[in-house]
Ligand binder design. Structure first.
Ligand code: SF4
Ligand code: SF4
Length: 159
């Protein structure tokens, strides 16, 4: 067996490790940078149904689709929910394209995931990210949030 043959058989970490087994670098790299989870959601008090809006969190950068202060996000945005293996398995609202959800459900990553494509731009080129589709929450009064309800966050037709 030559070295090329050996290398070709090495599976990427997201196929061989559980969420719990990933180290910090692997865990962070699993985020595809889509920004979908940084959009505000509305919950129906009676039914518990959750709907998405295209209103982006105050710390969300609409151009990079990344958090502007990731290290301090919890202190600055108390509603921000850091993902953990436990929360990924229990949250019902994670977008169907979210890499954490896919791995938790035993699915592979899509071609446009930066870990697969080796290109951080493909999540945008494939139309998966929220780039160009958000409004900043600082501009929208809470009583108007219902006017910004969207459904495309739950689409997974980007395979
Ligand atoms: S939805 Fe998942 S993959 Fe997309 S930004 Fe949020 S954590 Fe990352
Ligand atoms: S604080 Fe940062 S990571 Fe959390 S929802 Fe806002 S933009 Fe996203």
């Amino acid at each position: 067996m030559d070295s090329n043959e050996t290398a070709s058989r090495v599976e990427p970490f997201w196929k061989t490790k559980t969420l719990e087994q990933m180290n910090t670098e692997e865990w962070e790299s699993l985020c595809d940078g889509c920004g979908r989870c940084c959009l505000n959601k509305l919950e129906d008090w009676d039914t518990g149904e959750i709907v998405w809006t295209n209103i982006a969190c105050t710390l969300f950068d609409p151009h990079t689709c990344r958090c502007r202060d990731y290290s301090n996000r919890i202190a600055k945005v108390p509603d921000c929910l850091p993902l953990t293996p436990e929360s990924v398995r229990s949250l019902t609202w994670l977008p169907p394209t979210c890499a954490y959800r896919l791995v938790a459900e035993g699915e592979d990553l899509y071609w446009w995931h930066p870990l697969v494509s080796k290109d951080p731009g493909t999540v945008h080129e494939a139309g998966v990210s929220v780039r160009g589709r958000t409004v900043p929450e600082d501009d929208i009064p809470v009583e108007e949030y219902e006017e910004f309800v969207i459904t495309w966050v739950n689409e997974d037709s980007f395979k």
